[in-house]
Design a protein around this ligand. Structure first.
Ligand code: RIB
Ligand code: CA
Length: 311
């Protein structure tokens, strides 16, 4: 039984690797990809999503453009991490496949209504604007979503765009507040876990050793993407954030976490976008998320590399 998923994304080199992992895995029926403004503006994330689908030989995947700005804030982008195109590193051809629509939110709503309740999982890899907008436009879909498995937030690892907040949540904290208050089952892959899945020279070489265009592209993206984090954290490599979402769906046994309450700061400019995770259960607030904190990093990279070899 394949898992039906919609990938909501702001490519971003790590988003690109996540999309490739999903498209390389027969366990998934990727119903479509919706682009959102985040790492770079929407026009680029919608273009980059199509570049990645073509790289995977999957022009059949519907790619829709979603929201071009957060619910209530100006857009904040991350060219300093991902480069001007969002996929800096290798030279990439312009995509030939067209956008399926400019209404990614409508695609999410209609797809959830068209499939049996509880059979479609949403995989947000960027700001949660599209998801929150879909929930606001069509409240009936909340009960139809099997689970939201998202990359975002941080607790022990603290923030990466401010001292308090992780980028995806920071960009659209109101959207994140609405998603975490929705009552929908949520799994969170925060910086706490992605920072334990660092690219290393050996792991990047394993991509190159695949001897395929995909392997070479992923290695080139990783080389570009990791320069920022290595300099900032003085680490040996960079966290490969978004593929953790897809890996959790494939092999949850590679991860550890706990059911806790997570609330989102939307009022304070100082801590905007902070995921206030009650990891030690010191409040009476009801658990609303499976918050992942641990990963078998070697198992993750073995999974990723062997799956990418199939493309
Ligand atoms: O903070 C990391 C997250 O922000 C990742 O999803 C990355 O692609 C950016 O969207
Ligand atoms: Ca992303």
């Amino acid at each position: 039984m394949t898992q039906k998923i919609i990938i909501d994304t702001d490519p971003g080199q790590d988003d690109a690797v996540a999309i490739l992992l999903a498209l390389a895995s027969p366990e998934f029926d990727v119903l479509g990809i919706t682009a959102v403004a985040g790492n770079v503006p929407l026009a680029l994330t919608a273009k980059n999503a199509r570049i990645v689908c073509e790289l995977a030989g999957r022009r059949d995947i519907p790619v829709h453009a979603g929201c071009d700005r957060p619910l209530a804030r100006d857009l904040v982008t991350a060219e300093h991490v991902h480069g001007k195109t969002g996929l800096d590193g290798p030279q990439l051809p312009e995509p030939e496949m067209p956008l399926t629509s400019e209404d990614g939110v409508g695609f999410i709503i209609e797809t959830l209504r068209a499939h049996d309740a509880g059979t479609v999982t949403l995989c947000p890899l960027g700001p949660l604007t599209n998801i929150a907008t879909a929930l606001a436009r069509a409240p009936d879909i909340a009960d139809r979503i099997a689970r939201i498995v998202l990359m975002g937030g941080a607790y022990f690892e603290v923030g990466n765009i401010t001292p308090a907040a992780e980028f995806n949540i920071y960009v659209d904290p109101e959207a994140a507040r609405d998603v975490f208050a929705s009552g929908i089952p949520i799994t969170v892959l925060p910086l706490d876990v992605t920072h334990k899945a660092l690219t290393t020279a050996a792991r990047v070489q394993a991509f190159r050793d695949l001897g395929t265009k995909v392997g070479d592209m992923v290695a080139a993206w990783t080389d570009f993407f990791e320069r920022f984090d290595k300099e900032k954290y003085g680490s040996e490599g960079a966290p490969l954030h978004d593929p953790c979402v897809i890996a959790w769906l494939l092999r949850p046994d590679l991860f550890t976490g706990r059911e806790i309450n997570v609330e989102i700061e939307v009022d304070s400019p100082l801590t905007r976008g902070m995921t206030v995770a009650d990891w030690w259960r010191v409040t009476e607030r009801a658990p609303n998320a499976t918050f992942i904190g641990g990963i078998d990093a070697d198992g993750f990279y073995d999974l990723l590399t062997t799956r990418l070899a199939r493309l």
